[in-house]
Write a protein that binds this ligand. Structure first.
Ligand code: F6P
Length: 342
């Protein structure tokens, strides 16, 4: 078979590990050929590809980013997008696609399969860990470890200067990175998009922490909002999947906390540092296993499915089911961390 591979949406550590596993097993065990489509859905839309064989995937296991490039191109926002993809796959002699992506890329894959019969298998990736059908997505563990290390470092400088340090992490709709890094890093307040926060209560936690002679660390997800307030939006423009660019809540909190407590506060926005660099061992193993199972799915003609981690097993779930709803942090889980607040 000749199989197209693409990586869409925001990049994350582990994408190259999946690509390597797909190609190594696909070529060496199954005799497949691969076409590497560039920049997510833009590749098959514009028939832009690069060779993808065993030599091309040598040495990429530990490398962050994606050798195929990524974009947020939405085929359903392009004129005749689905038809152009079908025609280009045929012209390239491609029998099926493996699409590696998050909710947007896989949502488009599900729709292409459902409405146009495109033969596609999905592999879930995102640092946000917000895909419902899988226990974890790769990229998340690396992002959490990066954020945790930042929090560890911020504790010591916060204590030296008796300041409140506020760390803004990624997470538009789901606070998984904030919750896990905050819990692992011993944050004194964790704020997530799922639960609007009361800024007065945040200030109480800040005051309580100072009473113990230590300085507070507040971890806030970029999509977190004060009760009755709006997220801090950086740009009014929407991307092709209808998302605004968030960011700025940490700076807003900096001002509010200083004003209400009289304590000095400083914001640190981790941004894309969370998405860059080498994947953790957990992410490399998960990404590799997803890649190996994606080839099995292709071989058995299980189009319209996605690899998913369930416990320690990799299973195939339908793409429609996988993209039906976002996985958010449940209130009961969040409340487990509250004993450490303040
Ligand atoms: O979906 C992954 C993610 O990193 C989100 O956590 C974040 O909100 C968004 O992408 C940032 O997107 P971009 O890199 O396009 O600014």
């Amino acid at each position: 078979m000749r199989i197209g591979v693409l990586t869409g949406g925001g990049d994350c550590p582990g994408l190259n590990a999946v690509i390597r596993a797909i190609v190594r097993k696909g070529v060496e065990r199954c005799g497949h050929e691969f076409v590497g489509y560039r920049d997510g859905w833009r590749g098959p839309l514009e028939r832009d590809s690069r060779p993808l064989g065993v030599p091309e995937v040598r040495g990429i296991l530990p490398r962050g980013g994606t050798i195929l490039g990524a974009s947020r191109t939405n085929p359903f926002k392009e004129d005749g997008g689905a038809e152009r993809i079908a025609a280009n796959l045929e012209a390239d002699g491609v029998d099926g696609l493996i699409a590696i992506g998050g909710e947007d890329t896989l949502g488009a894959a599900a729709r292409l399969h459902r409405e146009h019969g495109t033969p596609v298998v999905g592999v879930p990736k995102t640092i946000d860990n917000d895909l419902g059908a899988t226990d974890y997505t790769f990229g998340f563990d690396t992002a959490v470890n990066i954020a945790m290390e930042a929090i560890d470092r911020l504790h010591t400088t916060a204590d030296s200067h008796h300041r409140v340090l506020i760390v803004e992490v990624m997470g538009r709709h789901a606070g998984w990175i904030a919750f896990h890094s905050g819990l692992a890093g011993g944050a004194n307040v964790i704020l997530i998009p799922e639960l609007p926060f009361d800024v007065e209560r945040v200030c109480e936690f800040v005051g309580r922490r100072f009473e113990s002679n230590y300085a507070p660390i507040v971890v806030v997800a970029e999509g977190a909002t004060p009760v009755g307030g709006m997220p801090e939006v950086q740009e009014d423009e929407l991307d092709a999947f209808g998302h605004v660019r968030l960011g700025g809540i940490a700076h807003w909190l900096e001002g509010e906390i200083e004003r209400r407590t009289g304590k000095e506060a400083r914001a640190t926005v981790l941004g894309h540092v969370q998405r860059g660099g080498t994947p953790t061992a957990f992410d490399r193993v998960l990404a590799t296993r997803f890649g190996l199972h994606a080839i099995d799915a292709v071989d058995s003609g299980r189009w319209g499915t996605m690899t998913a981690l369930r416990g320690t097993d990799i299973q195939l779930v339908s793409l429609d089911e996988a993209t039906a709803e976002l996985k958010t942090v449940p209130e009961s889980l969040y409340s487990e961390a509250e004993v450490f607040f303040g």
